[in-house]
Design a protein around this ligand. Structure first.
Ligand code: ATP
Ligand code: MG
Length: 374
């Protein structure tokens, strides 16, 4: 299948609110997606993900800025003249048409002959794992199957960019996991450019080559799933990607990309968040993922605490530890000698290669972060 690049340059979208007030849904967004890449727009509700996607599809015009598909300026080109197709959360199938006609609808509109249409519909149903479903009415299909039909309908017209707006939100957890793998498999097999909108970090992590994290209409970080999880550039991104423990530290020295910090009289050499230039007038806090800390015998680690709760997850244990800095969570495998009981005093050691020093906004109390985090 063809694959195009997509680029947004300084794109803004302002809506008029109920009272005539201006809502800046997308605020100076720029990015470029290479042909064949799988890119996710990730962020909390209302951050401008759907609006960005709708502008790429042409359902919405930007207030300012430029959108290009390949090198063609499509900013004000109507949707049907763009080489994009979209898959929605509500599958949007035509209830009175069978699966074959639903999938073949776009081809019919493009005046593709009946025999050619049947061939293409059958091939694409095969690709999404629904061979032989042509005659079935959509109402007789499960949610996952309906979403596969919607995906087939988008793919059959061989768009060069496939857009997804939270396509798995209506499915139960197991099906969502299955469909996630399926979508990635199909995207890789077809080589199509995919732009996927979600507020689910696991979905973003498992599907994407690149994740674009948005907040309040702006891009706050772009990177591989690894970068975004391991090297967030802000407390917002760190928290959005999963639990973090935060420790106030004293900075002793900057050493290139690292910093030497002091925590409970112990010196640690830790990374400084990407894109953050060390600056002595800025406040910082040390952030550590639950799996990058270890519970040690009393006194052997860095941060003393007491286990308040153990949560058994089958493949891991989440232990909540009360410390001087609030309650933090440590994720570990079940130790051979069994679970340390609640109430046990422990000492937390921190993996220096995994901990990251993040800037702390003025007015934010570093100690309150651990409370908010649980
Ligand atoms: N047609 C519209 N008229 C007025 N305001 C709008 C319109 N569409 C979106 N907005 C506002 O723009 C902002 C961004 O909306 P958008 O739908 O892009 O968010 P989103 O990131 O997709 O959120 P969600 O995860 O809830 O789907 C929100 O504040 C929303 O209320
Ligand atoms: Mg949305």
């Amino acid at each position: 299948m063809p694959a195009s690049s997509v680029s947004l340059t300084n794109v803004y979208k302002a809506f008029k609110g109920f009272k005539g007030e201006e809502i800046l849904a997308v605020d100076d967004v720029s990015f470029r997606i290479e042909p064949g890449a799988f890119v996710t727009l990730l962020g909390p509700s209302g951050c401008g993900k759907t609006t960005s996607l709708r502008m790429i599809a042409g359902f919405e015009n930007p207030t300012k800025g430029k959108i290009k598909i390949d090198e063609e300026d499509v900013t004000f080109i109507p949707p049907w003249k763009r080489d994009t197709a979209m898959v929605f959360q509500s599958y949007g199938l035509f209830p009175h048409m069978n699966v074959g006609d639903n999938v073949g609808y776009g081809l019919k509109m493009r005046k593709v002959t009946t025999s050619e249409r049947h061939k293409k519909v059958s091939a694409i149903l095969d690709l999404v794992g629904l061979s032989g479903f042509e005659e079935r009415p959509p109402s007789s299909l499960s949610g996952g199957q309906q979403q596969r039909v919607a995906l087939a309908r988008a793919l059959v017209v061989e768009p060069s960019v496939l857009l997804f707006d939270e396509p798995l939100s209506n499915l139960d957890v197991l099906l969502r996991e299955q469909m996630r793998v399926e979508i990635r498999r199909i995207q890789q097999k077809t080589g199509i450019t995919a732009i996927y909108v979600t507020h689910d970090r696991t979905e973003a992590m498992t599907l994407s080559d690149t994740v674009i994290v948005m907040n309040k209409g702006k891009i706050v970080q772009t990177g591989t799933p690894f970068d975004i999880y391991e090297e967030p550039n802000s407390i917002f991104v760190a928290d959005f990607m999963g639990k973090m423990a935060y420790f106030p530290v004293k900075i002793l020295a900057w050493e290139g990309k690292d910093a030497i910090v002091e925590l409970y009289d112990k010196k640690l050499s830790v990374r400084v968040a990407k894109n953050v230039t060390p600056n002595d007038s800025q406040r910082y806090i040390l952030a550590c993922r639950p799996e990058s800390m270890k519970m040690q015998e009393n006194g052997k680690g860095v941060v003393p605490g007491v286990i308040t709760t153990n949560v058994y997850l089958g493949n891991a244990i989440e232990s909540y530890i009360k410390t001087e800095f609030g309650e933090v969570m440590v994720k570990s495998e079940l130790p051979k000698e069994g679970l340390r009981p609640e109430g046990s005093p422990v000492s937390l050691s921190i993996r220096e290669d995994k901990a990251v020093l993040l800037p702390l906004d003025p007015g934010i109390d570093g100690l309150s972060l651990n409370k908010a985090n649980i």
